[in-house]
Design a protein around this ligand. Structure first.
Ligand code: F0G
Length: 357
């Protein structure tokens, strides 16, 4: 069987690359679009989950990073830099080291998930924890890229958005058309922008009959786009989207306008509730930021804003193993304590409630 070639080779004719572009790939993209009957039953819509945790480093960032690192190499870069809430740093570190160049990553001190920190270290990044938040890290990364010989691979680099738009191509390929509604978590709003562009291009080439309405959700404590102003001290348990001044703010507003889209805010309790529903009813394990897509769907359905039978795609952006501790947290804030039993079949059967043979 033919192996999936990664998004640059699979979509070479629809990306800004040429024979001069050295392709750096870990086989990203080609992620599953999973029907979610449990969510369809709860909402009356036809719901699918685009599981981006299945990418090589466990998040959607790999789609943008294969492009950004390949173009950086084409331009002769020897070192790349990014600011990150965790996933971008993990991805930049993996793709840079695969390409034989250096990655420096700036992360907010104490505010990124352990799995992501481990990845960046494992992939040999120069990782600095900055005493500040993500927005401070991005300011510094931009300054450094403007004044020193390092290439910026945050989503303000247009190559990132280019690579990430391929996720929309995959959805269209599977569904045979665009969905009615597409829902994504929003931090910098780069991915919201990328999907909008991907669907626009599909419509322009006649592959689809409609543009999906793009719905984006921010955590209530970090919701600058919803509030209409910068949030100085953003806060949420969804550390991936703890961002107060989104880099792609203007592009995202334009995309909302174009697609009759929507931005909403979801509080942390609802994010964790959605996290449990997705894990326990659908069988898909994600990090908290990703669960906001599910929470957003349920909120919009409750508000009567999801038409019966509408096709809805939820992007879940990062794998649950990146930040697994939330799965053990119960609604009252304590941790689940798995039952301990003796190494004895009769006792195990009894505790499991198994009777007879
Ligand atoms: N979901 C996850 C798991 C993320 O890591 C991010 C962004 C988003 C959603 C939001 O995407 O920024 O394009 O709106 N993470 C960045 C990072 C900021 O550094 O890993 P966005």
């Amino acid at each position: 069987a033919k192996q999936w070639q990664g998004v640059l080779r699979e979509y070479a004719d629809r990306l800004n690359i040429s024979d001069a572009t050295p392709i750096v790939t870990l086989g990203e993209g080609g992620t599953p679009l999973i029907p979610a009957p449990a969510l369809s039953a709860r909402t009356g819509a036809r719901v699918f989950v685009k599981f981006e945790g299945m990418n090589p480093t466990g998040s959607f960032k790999d789609r943008g990073m294969t492009m950004a690192i390949s173009k950086a190499l084409e331009h002769g870069a020897k070192a790349v830099i990014c600011a990150s809430t965790g996933n971008t740093s993990a991805s930049a570190a993996a793709y840079a080291t695969h390409a034989g160049i250096t990655a420096a990553v700036l992360v907010p001190e104490g505010k990124i998930a352990m799995g992501k920190l481990s990845q960046a270290i494992a992939h040999n990044a120069q990782l600095l924890q900055v005493r500040g938040n993500f927005d401070d890290c991005l300011d510094i990364a931009r300054d450094l890229a403007a004044n020193y010989p390092v290439h910026l691979v945050n989503s303000v680099n247009p190559d990132r958005i280019e690579g990430q738009k391929t996720a929309a191509f995959e959805v269209v390929e599977v569904l045979g058309d665009a969905p009615d509604i597409h829902i994504v978590p929003v931090g910098n709003a780069g991915n919201y922008t990328a999907y909008s562009r991907g669907y626009r291009e599909e419509a322009d080439r006649g592959a689809t009959n409609r543009l999906p309405r793009m719905f984006g959700f921010q955590a209530a404590g970090s919701a600058p786009i919803v509030l209409g102003h910068i949030v100085k001290d953003p806060d949420t348990i969804a550390s991936a989207i703890r961002i107060g001044n989104p880099a792609s703010w203007e592009l995202a507003l334009a995309a909302r306008e174009e697609t009759d889209g929507y931005f909403g805010a979801i509080d942390d309790a609802k994010i964790l509730e959605a996290h449990r529903i997705l894990s326990a009813e659908v069988g898909v394990f994600v990090e908290p930021a990703s669960a906001i897509s599910v929470a957003g769907l349920l909120e919009r359905a409750e508000a009567g804003q999801i038409p019966a039978g509408a096709t809805v795609v939820l992007t879940v952006t990062g794998h649950g193993l990146k930040d697994p501790s939330w799965a053990l947290r119960t609604a009252d804030g304590s941790d689940v304590q798995p039952t301990i039993v003796a190494a004895d079949t009769t006792e195990v059967a009894s505790v499991l409630g198994l009777t007879g043979a």
